[in-house]
Design a protein around this ligand. Structure first.
Ligand code: AVJ
Ligand code: FE
Length: 443
């Protein structure tokens, strides 16, 4: 978006708005009205809330603020303010019904397209490089991922279709288990990516000591070895908080897994029951489970800085790349993003998406837990609103990196930061392990 001339930028924004709305429509048109207003889990909003909330944020920022237009509906702001009502209370609010919600988002969108035609795309920070449009696009895409998680929690027959992911390439079996990243400074975060959100800014130099990181995410087969060896029953592997949570929540395996009487493991995926595929990255484990696995394996989770250095640092040029594969926007051969495949691809897939260090699947497939608490980078400035990220800073949330199969390619960069409570696992999360290493271990 940065170097695009204004007319191309407008066309790009319009195309991305339409593409994104098509996905929101699929996620909300594929179930009946009863399922749209139902609460499928106390952790999630009814799908019809997400839909109208997406429209309401779009109205607030693009119609009213950027466009300076009259409100479409100023009477509903409070209902769709995520900070007013926790998710579990949303079904009992006087929400727009499915028909009203659809016509509301359509009316907002019509006005936004008119604003997009007329507003100058430079001159104030909110409109420079169409930032507010990029922010609102990413907001809708983030809710599309949240709605996909709601679909995963929904009972009943499957309603979503997808294409199977590609098989892992032949070289996957011969990849080294881990890669060593030599110590030294690298640039973390960004000050130049036009649609990067506030918490990704500013770019700053971080000196990261030598470490080793898994070439691939931890797979179901890897994780099953932990489960089958009694890992969930041995407090040695768990942190004190993790063990406490394991006991309170009765954790015995990843969410959506079930063990049959013959000892085989099955999972439910968007309404389909299928054998747990051994070669896929493990999915739906919370931070505490990831931490316990790592300790059992004699390893640890990577810090956020280690993850980003593995994903972006190119020793050939001493620069940080936009993505593991380079500076080009994601294409299907780079990563499993965008809800094309409603599952992670086998570990070792997407060789063209490999980072300079050799690690694969850092972007796409599963969000990866890091050991780092969610804080602002040095020099952080909340923009354009504190509630996007600043109010979550502190030691309550852990950072996740890399995006999942449910993340839109536009809502995922090498610098993108996600965060959640360490007990959460309904998001599309997995992990890879790391360890301290020495420079002389370099091959
Ligand atoms: C960045 C995924 C943590 O869903 O809570 C959506 C994104 N912020 N609406 C979330 C978000 C406001 C956010 N995460
Ligand atoms: Fe939101």
């Amino acid at each position: 978006p940065e170097e695009m001339p204004s007319e191309r930028l407008r066309a790009h924004v319009a195309a991305e708005l339409a593409r994104t709305r098509a996905r929101s429509a699929t996620l909300t048109d594929s179930v009946d009205d009863a399922d749209l207003v139902r609460q499928h889990s106390p952790l999630m909003s009814p799908l019809v809330w997400d839909l109208a909330h997406v429209g309401n944020q779009e109205e607030l920022w693009l119609v009213r603020d950027v466009g300076g237009r009259e409100p479409v509906r100023c009477d509903i702001d409070e209902l769709y303010d995520a900070f007013r009502h926790p998710r579990k209370d949303r079904p009992s609010l006087p929400l727009l019904d499915p028909t009203e919600a659809r016509s509301y988002v359509r009316e907002v969108r019509d006005k936004v397209l008119d604003v997009l035609d007329r507003v100058p795309l430079r001159g104030r920070p909110l409109v420079d490089a169409a930032f507010a449009f990029g922010m609102i696009l990413q907001h809708e895409q983030q809710h599309d991922e949240t709605m996909l998680a709601t679909h995963q929690l929904r009972a009943g027959p499957p309603v979503l279709s997808d294409a199977p992911p590609p098989p892992a390439p032949a070289d996957a079996a011969r990849l080294p288990r881990e890669v060593v990243v030599p110590g030294g400074p690298f640039t973390m975060g960004t000050s130049t990516e036009p649609w990067a959100l506030d918490n990704e800014r500013p770019a700053h130099v971080v000196d990261v000591p030598t470490f080793a990181i898994d070439t691939l995410p931890v797979t179901n087969a890897d994780y099953l070895a932990f489960v089958e060896s009694g890992g969930y029953d041995d407090p040695r592997w768990w942190s004190a908080r993790g063990w406490d949570h394991r006991n309170r929540a009765g954790l015995t395996a990843p969410q959506f897994w079930e063990r049959d009487t013959d000892g085989s493991w099955w999972r439910t995926r968007f309404g389909r029951v299928e054998p747990v595929p051994p070669d896929e990255p493990v999915l739906h484990v919370c931070y505490f489970e990831a931490e316990a696995y790592a300790r059992w394996a004699g390893r640890r989770l990577p810090t956020e800085a280690e993850w980003e250095k593995a994903a972006r640092f190119d020793p050939a040029t001493n620069r940080s790349l936009r993505y593991p594969w380079g500076d080009e926007d994601p294409r299907p051969e780079h990563a499993n993003l965008g809800q094309r495949h409603l599952r992670p691809a086998p570990a070792g897939s997407f060789p063209s998406g490999a980072a300079p260090c050799g690690a694969r699947q850092l972007v796409g497939d599963v969000w990866e837990w890091t050991s780092t608490d969610f804080h602002g980078y040095p020099g952080f400035v909340a923009f354009p609103y504190r509630e996007y990220s600043e109010v979550f800073f502190g030691d309550r949330y852990k950072v996740l990196r890399g995006g999942s199969f449910g993340t839109d390619p536009l809502a995922c960069r090498g610098t993108f930061r996600n965060w959640d409570l360490p007990i959460r696992r309904q998001i599309f999360c997995g992990f890879r392990c790391a360890r301290d290493a020495r420079r002389d271990e370099l091959g």
